[in-house]
Design a protein around this ligand. Sequence first.
Ligand code: SF4
Length: 507
Amino acid sequence: MSESETSSGKESNKNAGKIRCDACPVMCYIADGKSGACDRYANSEGQLVRTDPHRVLASTIESGGELVKFVEGNGSGALLREEECFITAVGAGTTYPDYKPAPFIVSQKIDGIDMVTVVTEGIYSYCGVKVKIDTDRHIGPEQSLVRAKGEAIGHVTTGEYGSQMLSLGGVQHLTGGSKKEGRTTCDSLLQLCNCEPVELTIDNGASLLVQAGKPPVVDGVTEEKMRVGCGSATIGMFASQWQGLVDEVVVVDDHITGVVSEHQAGKVIGWQPTGIKVLGRKSTPGRYFQVAEPGTGWGGTDITDPLAILGDFNPKHAKPGSSLLMVSTTGEQYGYYELDDNLKPCKMDLPDALQQTVERIAENCEPALCSVLFVGGAGGSLRAGVTENPVMLTRSVRNMLTRVTCGGAPVYVWPGGGITLMVDVTRLPRNSFGYVPTPALVAPVEFTMRLQDYEALGGHLKHVTPVTDALKGQLGGQNDHILSGSEIEPASNAWPTKSTLYAWSDS
Ligand code: SF4
């Protein structure tokens, strides 16, 4: 129902009867019954209201403080006791500009201690996501641009152990390019953060379908397994299980291909030389780099015939009839060979005993998933909604007196200056993220601390409201529709007010 005029239009009579939303720099004029450009705010009979329900987490004493569910309701908090609930920022609303106090600053007594939670939906121009894609397959060279709908929204970054990594978003793509690039970046980040699927393409690389918590799809093929380890690690893990069953094993891997007869793991159990010759750059005994080009074949290489990485066998050690197992790091590809009279490997059926070892590799692979971490900086202005002296909040977070959460989910706060936080999007309530057309992402953030610590950091004490009042919808602010939402499954997030999460619990 979006129908608004933004501040870029001239104020005129056509805005008569409309109200102006001041929750972001766009400053929409909104007609009665309509919502603003982001659909997050609406005009309800002349009142500016937040359109999404405000989410409150509920725990039970029996659960030991674990998050168990969201509360259904419509403004009546009568069923909740104050120590059993946590008011999140999801649906809480934003104040803009942030010299104003945050929309909700609530107090509650937890185990006899007065606690305060400051709640706001932050507007992040400086934000992005890091995406971990569990696959060996080559998705594109590092630094390649990642595109959505043809627009550059990020790049391929340093790969991790068994995973390819993307860095998407950031202020450069949100604001530093064309309008279309900014909007597409914002749209893609929003979908990824709300656990929706997004199609991506990589320059000189693969096409991807990425969705938090789901298997990646690389060039139309759904990835099922994450490799058990690199080729060298796989040799280390399974050398003793292969001994006596086969004369040689090569684990093909784009990064480190392992050869059991040469590898230290084979040497220490008395594995004899086989005269094998692996093409590629030898790192240390039994460990080879660059045996092939990266690709979507065996072990993340471009090969489909593993014999392509072998040179001639050395007759000094090789014997006709010697056996060879070649296998990938997921166990999905394998081949069994025996040397003929000319010391050439000939493909044979895999013996049952070796079949079990290949299955063991596959069994030890974890399901391949996409992981999406939101990374954003809770900047100076957002912190001003908490305190008149924003650096005090940063220090309080550093000193573990203030705990930062996003929709109740635990975050990692980067060392160094500012409050740059990182959170697994699957741990937030569904659809916790929003956007504004500046463009920027909107993400919930809560700061929880003792009342005395809030006082010490110069908090907006006059705006502290007992949580019981908040639960009854008595804040009288933008949103008195504060309870509901059951659309996420129970999560294992630590309860945000648990005393052991704070430095003072040790004293
Ligand atoms: S874009 Fe949304 S938050 Fe910004 S002014 Fe318009 S309705 Fe308000």
